[in-house]
Design a protein. Structure first.
Length: 80
């Protein structure tokens, strides 16, 4: 299993991070805000834990979505 992690940067708007969490991780608004604040304050936040293929797909989807919207949001996967 692999953790999908969002990394903080100084440019991506917080509301965009919430949208990413809701869209790609099916989180409700409260859950998405909680993780967004963790990313903002601690530098990183775990979005979920998934099998390797699912985690890799989510990382690619998030990174591509952020690039399309011209944000440098970084998403990585780490072995759990």
């Amino acid at each position: 299993m692999y953790k999908v992690v969002l990394l903080n940067d100084d440019y991506t708007p917080q509301d965009f991070v919430v949208i990413v969490l809701q869209r790609f991780f099916s989180l409700n608004t409260e859950q998405a805000i909680r993780i967004m604040l963790k990313v903002h304050h601690e530098g990183r936040g775990v979005c979920g834990v998934f099998p390797r293929d699912v985690a890799a797909t989510k990382v690619e989807q998030v990174c591509a979505f952020a690039r399309r919207h011209q944000h440098p949001l970084a998403c990585v996967m780490e072995e759990n």
